[in-house]
Each structure stands twice: as structure tokens, then as C-alpha cells.
Design a protein around this ligand. Structure first.
Ligand code: NOJ
Ligand code: CA
Length: 558
């Protein structure tokens, strides 16, 4: 048992826990590095590029789903939670990766997807074969259709990709039969979390990976497990409902499930941890996911939604630190992910906000990449100076931009087909990383098969190799910031004290002796405090920060 048994949040041990202050790097597995030359990133590829992550200075990696999967939704359609997709490696590869990660002093978080499985999962296949009424069907959400012949969906719920959230199946005798629920694609049937067998299976799956040394899990769709089928979906916007009153979003019953999960994590030594993919605009509802005895941390999409706007960013920082502080959980900071528009693109547009659920991504809007880069550099210094956990999406440290003109035949995100080819979806931020060289595949793969999404020629100047040791490169900014964040006693866990929180600037102190200041105004901003400048996101104007520039200042030698 470790020091967190019982989920107590305030003990000295828990303050020291790695997951309270880590910088966690998201590896989108298909696009990080290809180890076997088939053009798709895989576990051997990650292993070969671990020294890069150590040198970058992150504390942990989160690897997106690696389980066997038809890959309808980038692996978020899992057909066996206890194995590895042969496309991505083997169980041995995964165990070796976990071992290598630990040897380098890093941690590794896997992705678990409890809301749904793939329709190829043997549970679903046996549910189909069993026919109506069997216990196998009860693992999922099957219902008779409405109307005289049952040919209308059981209720009005909509899939997140558009269209009904129900698909009708043929019964074993070939007749049209029941319907099953899927909040995402038809290839992702929703599990029934009222079924005790589903609950115990997942506890055993957690143990399967904890036994193999995994340090934690990102919990996909953590807000969606509870469902009340009697309720209509009156509004597509969960924010239009009272707390806990949405038929399938943030229902109270989810917390009982996660209390069981937490007990399993606490059985293991070494501070095993969960991060919930759960963000809610109501602080009290959000904080319930990380209350004592629940999950450890929750993603925070507040900064994504805020865009490059000092007032909104200030509000979201304030709201987050308060909400999390009240329940003794660390804050997390997320500027981008495999679901969002790349930061330099988003910040180069007139409209810098993005709702994380909006997959249309404002493609085609005019983008000033130089402006985006300047702001993205300032934003990362802002976020890394905040107390808590920071998530970095792969490629952000290279300043990669969203690829908005991928050829249509290359697109793999299910949003493309589901939207009738109107919404290109999320592939533009999932283009394989450029490592070295001057032409595609830029060291991503050593084989002859091209990367699964084409890389633009311009990335020749943005490879790791091109940026390493280059003054002023995005990579060197990240490395310098991560080094300071690790060494300076004020950074990591703790609290912040505002010096200025206005539409013009965000500036705060961290104890002992550290200040972060960001200028959002059109005028130069005098750097606060009389300390030494440790790092800036861009050139200074004498004692002043130019617009869209951040500085880190230390008041004491450290
Ligand atoms: C959230 C994941 O980040 C996203 O990529 C996926 O499509 C959905 N959950 C469904 O699992
Ligand atoms: Ca591969």
C-alpha cells in the first residue's frame, strides 16, 4: 500500500506525489515514431525515441490507446483491453517500453476507454449472437425500437458525430431486431455500467496493466458512463441542463465507479494515478471527479476554450486553482491535444478560442503563423509556470501547425465520413512527427511506406534535428523552460499569487522568489520585480515585455 491509501489528499506524502506536479507528454501513438517501416507509429518506435523525451525534460508520457482495434476512431474503439494491436507491437513490446521508461526515470500512463468497446470486441460479438434478452446483451445497451415494427430508434439521443446514437442489428435468425446505443460511431457500442460484470471486468483490466508496471491511466470519456434512457436529449449542449440532470453526461452514479477504481490503484505501490478526461464549466461538478477517494486529477480544457485572451485565461486559472484546491487535487493545464487545433494555428487566427468538442476547427480561417508562434511561445511559459500538472501534446514543442489541406483520400477521422464529408475532423493535428532530414518521411519511418498522413515539405525546417541547439527555436524554448521548471524550487506544485490579472497582462508570483509575467496589451509592459530574467518567450524591449511575450524572473539565486 502506498501513502495515498484511502484517497486522503492533504498528507505530506501526497504533496510529494509525482502526479501532482508532473509535465506529461501525450504520445499519439500512430504519429510519434514508426519502428517497423509500415508508415504507422508503434511501440518499438516510441522505445527508440525515449531518449528524446528524457532530454526534452518531461516527467511522464501518456500513450493513446494501443489495444487491438479496427482503428475506426484512432484506437478509441478497443476490441481487447488485455492485448496490443499487432499494428502497434506486442505485449512484450509494451512491457519492454514500460521497463525502458522507468529506467530513464520517467513514468507511463496508458489510455483506458470505459464508455464503449469496438463492435469487434468478443463481448459485443457474443451479445449479437446471444439474441434479445440474454445476459450477454446486458453488457451493452440494447433496446427494442419504437413504432409498430420497432424501426424507429428507442429514443432521440444523438451521436457526437451527428445522426441517431442507435443502430439496429439483425437477430441471429436474420430478422431486424433490437437497437444498440453508441454515443460515438456505430463501431463503438456503449457499455452498460449498471452491469456488475462490466464493472468487475474493468477492475481486472486495471490490475492487468498495473501488474505490468503501468503508472496510471487517462480515463477516456469519464463523464459519460452513467445513462438514464428514460430521459430525452432536449438540448445537444450539456450546459443547458441542471447539475447531474443530463441523460448521459456527468450523472452522479459515475463517482461510485471511480471510487472502486481508486481503491484498485491504491492497492499498488508507487503512486499509480488516474487523469479523467472530464471537464465541466461548473467548478463543483468538475471537482467531484477528483474528490478524496475519487480519481486523482482531471483534464482542464478551460485554457483551450479561453483562447489568447487575458481576461478569460485569468478567469480560468482562478476558477481551476480554486475548484481543485478545495478538494485537495492539483490543477492540470492543457493547451492542446490530438482532438484540438494545433496551438500556433489557433493563436494565429482572429478567433483564438476553441471548444474542445468542436471538430470543425474553423478550417479555412485566415492564419498568421508568425503571430501564432509568438503567442504559443508565451502561452507555454505561462502554463509551465502555473502550479500543478502540464500536458504537452507531441509536436507542440516543435511548433508544428495544423495541416488543413490533407488530401481527402488520406483522411481517417470518422468525423469526415459521418459529416457527409463536410467536417475534415482532427487529422490535421495528427500528422506524423518530423525527426530529421530534409524530406518526407523526415525520419518518422525507416521503411519505404510513406507516413500514414503526408507531411508538408516545409517541415524540413521544423524537425527535431533542425531545431536542436538552434537559438530561438521552439524546441530549445521548451527544453530551457522544462529545465528551469524542474530545478527552480518555486515551480511544480504549490500555489500562485496574482500581481496583475487584467485584460492587459497576467503576472503572478510563485514562492520562493519566482515571477511569471505575460503581456497581452498593445503596449510594452514593464517587467515586474527586481530579479534576474531566467527566460523570455521572445526578445525584450529594454526593461519591457513587448506584446504577446512572457518572461520568467527569479528573485533569488537557486
Ligand atoms: C476522447 C478522445 O480524446 C477522442 O479522440 C475520441 O474520439 C473520443 N474520446 C471517443 O473515445
Ligand atoms: Ca509501424
Amino acid at each position: 500500500m502506498n501513502g495515498m491509501a484511502g484517497g486522503g489528499a492533504a498528507s505530506l506524502d501526497s504533496d510529494m506525489a509525482w502526479w501532482r506536479k508532473a509535465v506529461i507528454y501525450e504520445v499519439y501513438i500512430r504519429s510519434y515514431a514508426d519502428g517497423n517501416g509500415d508508415g504507422i507509429g508503434d511501440i518499438p518506435g516510441i522505445r527508440s525515441r525515449l531518449p528524446y523525451l528524457r532530454d526534452l525534460g518531461v516527467d511522464a508520457i501518456w500513450v493513446t490507446p494501443w489495444y487491438p482495434s479496427p482503428q475506426v476512431d484512432g484506437g478509441y474503439d478497443v476490441s481487447d483491453f488485455r492485448d496490443i494491436d499487432p499494428l502497434l507491437g506486442s505485449i512484450d513490446d509494451a512491457e519492454n517500453l514500460i521497463g525502458d521508461v522507468h529506467e530513464l526515470g520517467l513514468r507511463i500512463i496508458a489510455d483506458i476507454v470505459p464508455n464503449h468497446t469496438s463492435d469487434r470486441h468478443r463481448w459485443f460479438q457474443s451479445a449479437l449472437a446471444a439474441g434479445s434478452g440474454g445476459p450477454e446483451r446486458d453488457r451493452y445497451v440494447f433496446r427494442r425500437g419504437r413504432g409498430a415494427n420497432g424501426d424507429l430508434p428507442p429514443n432521440d439521443w444523438r451521436s457526437r458525430l451527428g445522426g441517431p446514437a442507435w443502430t439496429r442489428v439483425a437477430e441471429p435468425d436474420g430478422t431486424p431486431g433490437e437497437w444498440y446505443l453508441h454515443l460515438f460511431t456505430a463501431g463503438q457500442p456503449c457499455l452498460n455500467w449498471d452491469n456488475m460484470n462490466v464493472r468487475s471486468e474493468f477492475l481486472s483490466i486495471l490490475r492487468f496493466w498495473f501488474d505490468r508496471g503501468i503508472d496510471g491511466f487517462r480515463v477516456d470519456g469519464a463523464t459519460r458512463l452513467g445513462k438514464n434512457l428514460e430521459m430525452p436529449e432536449e438540448s445537444p449542449n450539456p450546459e443547458g441542463y441542471g447539475p447531474g440532470e443530463h441523460p448521459f453526461f456527468d450523472r452522479d452514479e459515475v463517482h461510485e465507479i471511480f471510487r472502486d477504481w481508486r481503491r484498485v490503484a491504491d492497492e499498488y505501490s508507487g503512486e499509480r494515478t488516474f487523469v479523467a478526461e472530464a471537464w465541466l464549466p461548473i467548478p463543483e461538478r468538475w471537482a467531484r471527479y477528483v474528490q478524496p477517494g475519487g480519481l486523482h486529477t482531471a483534464f482542464n480544457f478551460g485554457c483551450l476554450h479561453a483562447g489568447w485572451d487575458a481576461i478569460r485565461l485569468g478567469e480560468t486559472i482562478e476558477m481551476t486553482t480554486r475548484a481543485m484546491g478545495r478538494v485537495g487535487a492539483p490543477s492540470t493545464w492543457v493547451l492542446s491535444s490530438h482532438d484540438a487545433v494545433r496551438l500556433v494555428t489557433r493563436f494565429g487566427r482572429a478567433e483564438t478560442m476553441q471548444h474542445h468538442a468542436d471538430k470543425s476547427k474553423n478550417y479555412g480561417r485566415e492564419t498568421d503563423l508568425n503571430l501564432g508562434v509568438r503567442r504559443a511561445r508565451a502561452a507555454v511559459l505561462l502554463a509551465l509556470a502555473l502550479p500543478g500538472v502540464m500536458y504537452i501534446y507531441q509536436g507542440e514543442e516543435l511548433g508544428l501547425w495544423e495541416i488543413q489541406d490533407l488530401p481527402e483520400e488520406a483522411l481517417r477521422d470518422p468525423f469526415w465520413e459521418y459529416s457527409g464529408r463536410l467536417i475534415r475532423g482532427r487529422d490535421g493535428c495528427r500528422v506524423p512527427l518530423p525527426w530529421s532530414g530534409t524530406e518526407q518521411p523526415f525520419g518518422f519511418t525507416s521503411g519505404c511506406t510513406p507516413p500514414w498522413l503526408p507531411q508538408p515539405d516545409e517541415w524540413r525546417d521544423y524537425t527535431v534535428e533542425a531545431q536542436e541547439g538552434k537559438r530561438g527555436s521552439m524546441l530549445e524554448l521548451y527544453r530551457a523552460a522544462l529545465r528551469i521548471r524542474r530545478d527552480h524550487p518555486a515551480l511544480g506544485g504549490g500555489t500562485l499569487r496574482w500581481l496583475e490579472k487584467s485584460g492587459q497582462a497576467l503576472s503572478f508570483a510563485r514562492d520562493p522568489g519566482f515571477i511569471c509575467a505575460v503581456n497581452f496589451s498593445g503596449d510594452p509592459y514593464r517587467i515586474p520585480g527586481r530579479g534576474d530574467i531566467l527566460l523570455t518567450s521572445g526578445p525584450l524591449l529594454g526593461d519591457c515585455l513587448p506584446v504577446d511575450t512572457a518572461a520568467w524572473i527569479t528573485l533569488d539565486k537557486y
